[in-house]
Design a protein around this ligand. Sequence first.
Ligand code: RIB
Length: 339
Amino acid sequence: MLGESASGCPTVKHSVVVIGSFVQDLAFYTKNFPRPGESVVGDFRLCPGGKGFNQAVAASRAGVSTLFVGAVGPDAFGQRAKLFARQAGLHAHFVGKPKHATGAAVVTVNAAGQNQIIVSLGANLGMRPRDIPAYLLAPAQVVVCQGESDYVTVAFVLRTARRNGAITVFNPAPMRAEFDPALLRHTEVLIPNESEFIALVKQCPTCAALLRTAPFNTAGDFTEAGLRAISADALHRLCRCLQVPVVIVTLGARGSFVSQPDVYMRIQAHEVEVADTTGAGDAFVGGFAAGLVKFKHHIFEAAHYANAVAALSVMQPGTAPSMPIAREIARFLKKRDHR
Ligand code: RIB
């Protein structure tokens, strides 16, 4: 598995390159989440996951040439990672980390499709800038990173990608204590969910000053309830404080909010029958990266496309396996009359 690559040939050019996490998901499906001290009975599935891998599968299934670069340990889960990539038809470059275990997660999903996750990042945090061959990054139109990797490596990847002229997309999930806001300097499209957005806002001095002004009135804490209560105008102003060209806040069942320097747009989520919400954010990010390529870097078009990819993914169980293919996405969008 050391440095193994399913597309190691320098001549292969991928439009989307996702540098990030592979995690072996141990997924349990149960009616209700167990309370502390309680045991409940449920079904089990072993699924490929990790935010990076899920995002790469989403972009690739959407029909855009995609490369995943990630790190695994010398164990059974690491061996399965390559098999999963092959089964998903995903080009992948796996870096072997002999001293780390492959990332693993316990994912619990209840009857309403909600999830709870504990993830051990293992080898993902061991990936370093020297592990990423320049030739893999150079041809990309879009480069995507997430918060399940070492932040120094993420900063290196985003900085290099920008120098290469690629669009850099950063999904700060999960927000870890050591997050360095300087990372945002290399980010062109930032895609946080509500809680990640709130954490980013709390770390930003300009945002903090804005929050003390009249439309916000958050003398105390800025919470998810507070975020839901503010107007679209106010949310746009907060997004602008983060000083990233494009901020897309994913709002779960409420859709997403897209903020560009001079314009913003609210996108309603599609109403669908939910089986499993795990990986919905990853479906959005991967779908968005693919949409940027498909729609010639048009942000709103790409976000509409991502919204459909996320809707289709929650209708199926699992994370990477739930990502829809291009034909399904096209059919869905046609039916919903969005394009
Ligand atoms: O976003 C969902 C993913 O987060 C899961 O696949 C799990 O691996 C965790 O990393």
